[in-house]
Design a protein around this ligand. Sequence first.
Ligand SMILES: *Cc1c(COP(=O)(O)O)cnc(C)c1O
Length: 229
Amino acid sequence: MINIASRLQAVQGRIRTAAQAARRRPEEVRLIAVSKTFPAQVIREAHLVGQDAFGENYLQDARSKIEALRDLGLEWHFLGPIQSNKTRLIGECFSWVHSVDNLKHATRLSDARPRELPPLQICIQVNVSAEVTKSGCDPDQLGDLATAVYSHRGLRLRGLMAIPAPSDDVDAQRRSFARLRHMKEELVNKGLELDTLSMGMSADLEAAISEGSTMVRVGRAIFGPRQVK
Ligand SMILES: *Cc1c(COP(=O)(O)O)cnc(C)c1O
C-alpha cells in the first residue's frame, strides 16, 4: 500500500525547497498530480489531503474517472498525445490541455469547446529535444502557432509545455528548461499575455522550478511506479 498523503507532502516539500532556493514564492508553482493509469479511488485519496488538479494522458481511462469523481469538482489537465478524432471529448471534459502542437488540433479543440464553459486553457508543447521525441512543435514554428492559437475564441493560450530528454545532469536539465523560458519571454515581448510554464516532472522538478516553472506535472513521486500499458 502506498501512502499518498505522505508522498504528496514530500513532493510539496520538494517544491517549497526548490522555490526558496530560486528566491521564488512556493505558491507560484502549481502541482498537477499525474494520475494516469491509477484508479479513481487513489485520486479520491489525494483529494482528501487537498490536491485538486490532476493530469491524464489516455482519454478513455480519464473519462471514466472524470465521471466517477464529478462530485469532487476537480480540475482536469490533458497531457497526452492528441488524436483528431478525440478532440471533441477532450474539449468537453478537460479544463486544460498541455499538449497542443499543431493548428489543426487547436482549431478542432476550439470548435469543440462548449460555449457555456470557459475557454479551454492551452499550453503549446514545444519539442526542445528533437533527437529523442517527435511530439511538440518545432521551435521555429512556435511564433506562428502561438499567434494563431491566441486568437481562437474557444481557447485561452496560457503558455508553453516541454518534456526534455531525461538526463541525470542537473545543468543539462536546466538548459532545456531555460530554452523554454526564453521562448515564452519572446512571445510575451511580442505582446502575447502568457503566464504559464508547464515544466518539471518527478525526476527534474527542481531544475524546472529554478528556471521559472509555474506548473509541475508529477506522477510517480506521488502515486508510485506505473504498470506499463
Ligand atoms: C506521465 C507524465 C508526467 C509525469 O511523469 P512522472 O515521471 O511520473 O512524474 C508528466 N507529464 C507528462 C506529459 C506525462 O506524460
